[in-house]
Ligand binder design. Structure first.
Ligand code: SF4
Length: 329
């Protein structure tokens, strides 16, 4: 028995707020090119005081003024340039020089992830247009700062404020945030095979809900972990972890995970308890109940019967409850 009857042990340290890098303008600071206030009330309300923001404005911090000439990305989409729209002044090297040194600072900030401003040639995380000399779109990429963040911090989730208005994107971002943070913590004070194996064991159901095929590959990798140098093992595991967590946890995949968990609980449950759980899982699969209902019910049984393997699974407690209670319109 690992937990008190009817309760699970939980996987979060209370009072440990996620530290998120954020585009300064989303917080309402007047740093935009036009000097206008452009806070994102939905974003601020959704995160409320549950996170600690670390603001970054690439354009102002690299020495540009407010107001300033509007800019866009130009040239080859595989190596876009940051230029002023009216005069074509090339600001790329100025930005790149600042980015290199700012990312060194941010590496010391113990950040969990980033929320960046959509559409900006500096901060946009995706689909920022690259224009040719006549203003025609030649491609879509990430802004210069956002692209550099992704390269420098591949294990940090990055989202933009627009995508987070979508409930599924929000859930995916929050889940990645906490899962990847737990992974990074598991490598401290140093990486070891044992910590990687322990992380994997505690996240099997969560990974199954995102990518059962990727989980199989991760399982094979972990099973042969002693045959690989630690560095190679870590690199390959992290790549698979990122891939799995970026796949959507669909109702069909979640229902399969819940049925799998129910199978492991079966010998503890009365026929009525089993039937109730089964019915709730099928209601969820058919979009007639939220995921939280079967998860809560199974979580209750896991605590009540003290099923050690299931109690250790992050799937039943992927992030603190504050991030589930989204008061967004
Ligand atoms: S989008 Fe980025 S660069 Fe532009 S004002 Fe906001 S924080 Fe600054």
């Amino acid at each position: 028995m690992t937990a008190k009857a009817g309760t699970r042990s939980g996987t979060h340290e209370p009072g440990h707020k996620p530290r998120l890098g954020v585009s300064t303008c989303l917080l309402g600071e007047n740093v935009r090119y036009d000097g206008k206030e452009k806070s994102d009330p939905l974003l601020l309300k959704a995160f409320a005081d549950h996170v600690e923001w670390v603001p970054v404005c690439p354009e102002v911090e690299c020495g540009m003024t407010v107001p300033r000439d509007p800019m866009h990305l130009a040239g080859d989409p595989s190596s876009p340039r940051l230029v002023t729209t009216a005069t074509g002044d090339d600001q790329t090297e100025r930005m790149r020089t600042w980015v290199r040194s700012r990312l060194d600072d941010l590496a010391r900030e113990d950040l969990w992830g980033f929320v960046l401003k959509s559409n900006s040639p500096s901060c946009g995380t995706r689909a920022v247009p690259v224009l040719d000399a006549r203003g025609a779109k030649t491609g879509e990429v990430a802004g210069l700062f956002a692209a550099a963040v992704g390269e420098r911090f591949p294990l940090l989730p990055v989202a933009d404020e627009r995508s987070l208005r979508d409930a599924a994107e929000w859930d995916g971002f929050i889940e990645r945030l906490f899962c990847l943070k737990r992974y990074r913590d598991s490598t401290r004070p140093r990486r070891s095979r044992e910590s990687l194996v322990a992380f994997h064991a505690a996240h099997e159901l969560q990974l199954m809900a995102h990518g059962p095929g990727v989980l199989r590959k991760m399982g094979e990798l972990v099973a042969h972990s002693k045959e690989l140098p630690l560095e190679e093992l870590s690199v390959r595991y992290e790549e698979l972890l990122r891939t799995a967590m970026e796949l959507a946890a669909t109702p069909a995949k979640n229902a399969d995970v819940l049925l799998h968990a129910l199978g492991l609980l079966e010998r503890y449950l009365s026929p009525d308890e089993r039937q109730e759980a089964l019915a709730l899982i099928e209601e969820y699969r058919g979009a007639n109940a939220p995921l939280s209902l079967p998860v809560t019910l199974l979580g209750h049984h896991i605590g009540k019967y003290g099923v050690e393997y299931l109690d250790s699974q992050s799937y039943f407690d992927p992030h603190p409850v504050a991030f589930r209670l989204r008061e967004r319109s």
